[in-house]
Design a binder for this molecule. Sequence first.
Ligand code: APR
Length: 241
Amino acid sequence: EILNIFVMLKCEIVMKRKIVILSGAGISAESGIKTFRDSNGLWEEYRVEDVASIDGWYRNPEIVQEFYNQRRVQLSTVEPNRAHKLIAQLERENDVVVITQNVDNLHERAGSSRIIHLHGELTKITPEDKNGDVYDIGYQQIKMGDCDSRGVQLRPYIVWFGEDVPEINRAAEEVATADILLIIGTSLNVYPAAGLIYYAKKDAQIYLIDPNDVNVRLANVVHIKENATSGMEKFIEQVSA
Ligand code: APR
């Protein structure tokens, strides 16, 4: 009798479908945050090598601090958009992991609970000797001379060009076990993040939400050629069908 109950219960624990999202700057565009490579994007205003590389930090740290201070202030003035919220709502019926290249906190503020930040987080800082400590300063500014208790200079908790991407292996493991991979708002220009899509299972369904063409060198990708907010509505219709 007990065995029958156990078997019935076990059958009830149906494995949830696993959806992995790989997001980029495009998902935050409709919240008012500039992307990097669109026309009048961030990389048209600044040189990547000056503000988003470890060499730029060693060459002129004040410029780097100011670049991230400005983006931290801007982040305090914007809100998650419907695309962030629809992704958070997917967690009701699915096992969802968000892998984002974005350093903003909009996925968190929309309610997503499992997020891997490949390129760091704008609201956090760390000592420049990267001893492992990380502090959340929200939208405050930091400047040269702001140090930790050991007297080590504090810097943005961002993965710069020329630095390792500590979360890449964990992210690859998540993609490799996804039933559905959704690529949203990324030009797939930057590695190793862009290489994650090649870890998808042969039988995984792959969707791309982007108003422009993206060079996804994979077969059988369903391209929803729309902005993130309307594209997410269509995506949910298609995967709920
Ligand atoms: N909705 C969806 N996608 C959009 C929207 C929108 N409203 N607007 C633009 N896009 C798309 C663009 O077509 C482009 O494919 O978002 C993508 C933005 O690409 P990038 O600007 O290259 O941003 P991203 O791919 O996130 O850059 C990756 O590069 O500079 C580094 O560290 C930085 O994490 C960043 C990485």
